[in-house]
Design a protein around this ligand. Structure first.
Ligand code: BTN
Length: 238
């Protein structure tokens, strides 16, 4: 199935994810995209806020995909790959995009993009924030922007490239399944065997990164054996 996206643009909005969820309840079709120049109450994962001044990309894509809810998390990995390719398309050749579980995209060890995956009835909302010009400072982790890394991009061109890459990875996911997406994601992530620290529900856990399971959970090798991490953050990599 070829993807067709219909973009609805807003100058300012509370949260593009909230608007996409509202539209999903009203029956908006697969491929509806909410794009805003700024968000007044942008939301991040784990009930965090998302810094959302003008100058960055904030968009939410409404997907109506007939898959069981337990496969929804796979779409976060699909989106992260699309963002990574977009970032590398817009940056000088020597800058690589690294993926950090579950769905962060980093450049030079600093976060450039985050993804918030939500469900509204049977619709999946893929919320993507990409720092083009502005990055928050003083937070818990390092952040960066496309422009700070020598990229020249307008927000609209970043959006269009991202939707194109998303269509390609969605198509790969539909035809080859999560195994292909997982393999592509692992190629862009920290190496298997690397020591990492996870903050899962406030409890720090250290161990060696052992890959992902077939549903996208992080596998952490600890002295007690392999632990499956379903939610949380990798706070140290490398
Ligand atoms: C994260 O915590 O890393 C996820 C951040 C997701 C931010 C995006 S910006 C567009 C969409 N609307 C929101 O309110 N959040 C997501």
């Amino acid at each position: 199935m070829a993807e067709t996206f219909a973009v609805r643009h807003y100058d300012s909005i509370g949260s593009t994810n909230d608007e996409a969820r509202r539209l999903a309840r009203e029956g908006a079709p697969h491929g509806t995209v909410i794009h805003a120049d700024e968000q007044r109450s942008g939301r991040g994962r784990l009930t965090r806020t998302w810094f959302s001044p003008p100058g960055n990309l904030y968009m939410s894509i409404l997907l109506r995909i007939d898959t069981p809810p337990q496969r929804t998390a796979e779409l976060g990995f699909v989106a992260a790959l699309a963002v990574a390719e977009t970032v590398e398309t817009l940056l000088p050749k020597d800058r690589r995009a690294l993926l950090k579980w579950p769905n962060d995209v980093l450049v030079e060890n600093a976060k450039i993009s985050g993804i918030l995956l939500e469900m509204e009835d049977d619709a999946v909302i893929l919320g993507i924030g990409l720092n083009v010009l502005e990055a928050p400072s003083g937070g818990k982790y390092k952040t960066t922007t496309l422009v700070a890394n020598g990229g020249i991009a307008s927000v609209d061109s970043a959006r269009d490239i991202l939707l194109d890459r998303l269509a390609r990875f969605l198509s790969q996911w539909r035809t080859e399944g999560f195994a292909a997406i997982k393999a592509a994601w692992l190629e862009r992530s920290y190496p298997i065997g690397e020591m990492i620290r996870i903050n899962a529900s406030g409890t720090p856990l250290e161990g060696r990164f052992s890959g992902l399971d077939d549903a996208g959970a992080l596998l952490l090798e600890t002295p007690e054996g392999i632990q499956k991490i379903l939610a949380g953050d990798v706070v140290i990599a490398g």
